[in-house]
Design a protein around this ligand. Structure first.
Ligand SMILES: Nc1ncnc2c1ncn2[C@@H]1O[C@H](COP(=O)(O)OP(=O)(O)OP(=O)(O)O)[C@@H](O)[C@H]1O
Ligand SMILES: [Mg+2]
Length: 233
């Protein structure tokens, strides 16, 4: 579904991604793990065209998307849940959700909202609350629900478990699986390597802007390098 080849990208004169090649097959969960500063967020931002790529190719469902602006990428179905959730704190939960549908012109937005709330029951009782009053875990759910309002085909998740208590983390990871079971392909970036690999069909390890290892989630869970550097074994 997504074929990224030899991708270079960065900020100003600094090159961060140094020839990244990553494939995400349709219907799967692909995880990308790596330490702080490895370039994970830069990668997702480059896919969303929020950071400009320098060279390489990005194909989505067979079509080159390197030159498309961010809103058209969302319209094609590549939707990101950014690191740190980024909601509009003064707007209500409901208003934040509807903003997720800003690229849509169809009339099924409120029906979709109703349907989504089945998946996120916590949000249902809080529709009229300002988003800023939600807990960290609730905000993560709102961020995910907002992204789903755009009807993604490929969902990009940047550190969805960051800063959450173990119980909430559990809820978030089980939601990711449910979202995938609805037919949405997932590219997940995580520092919680164990969980990300356990959930993934395929996974990559990124180090200093390059892919160090790749394999199935299972393979990487049993790799010596991963165990040593990312699982603390
Ligand atoms: N806007 C920016 N301008 C300049 N440098 C940046 C910018 N954003 C990130 N960087 C640098 O790019 C490198 C990669 O950062 P990035 O945020 O992609 O890493 P990451 O893997 O997501 O890390 P983390 O796990 O901490 O989220 C870092 O050295 C960072 O300092
Ligand atoms: Mg990051």
């Amino acid at each position: 579904m997504l074929e990224v080849s030899d991708l270079h990208s960065g900020y100003g004169r600094i090159e961060i991604l140094k020839g990244l090649t990553v494939n995400v097959p349709a219907g799967k969960i692909v995880s990308l793990i790596g330490s702080n500063g490895a370039g994970k967020t830069t990668f997702l931002m480059t896919l969303s065209a929020l950071v400009k790529m320098r060279s390489g190719t990005i194909r989505f469902e067979g079509k080159s998307i390197e030159k498309l602006p961010p809103d058209l990428i969302v319209r094609l179905g590549i939707v990101q849940v950014p690191e740190g959730r980024r909601m509009f704190h003064r707007l209500t939960v409901e208003e934040n959700l509807d903003l997720g549908a800003y690229t849509r012109r169809d009339r099924e937005i409120s029906r979709d909202r109703q349907e989504l709330l089945q998946l996120f029951p916590i949000l249902k009782d809080r529709l009229k609350y300002p988003a800023g009053h939600l807990s960290g875990g609730e905000q993560q759910m709102l961020a995910m629900a907002r992204a789903l309002m755009a009807r993604p085909r490929l969902l990009l998740l940047d550190e969805p478990s960051l800063g959450l208590a173990p119980k909430m983390m559990e809820v978030v990871f089980s939601l990711i699986r449910k979202i995938n079971q609805k037919g949405i392909t997932v590219l997940l970036v995580e520092q919680n390597a164990w969980r990300a690999l356990a959930l993934a069909d395929y996974a990559y390890v990124i180090e200093s802007g390059q892919i160090r290892l790749k394999g199935t989630g299972k393979e990487l869970l049993s790799s010596a390098v991963v165990k040593h550097s990312y699982l603390g074994e």
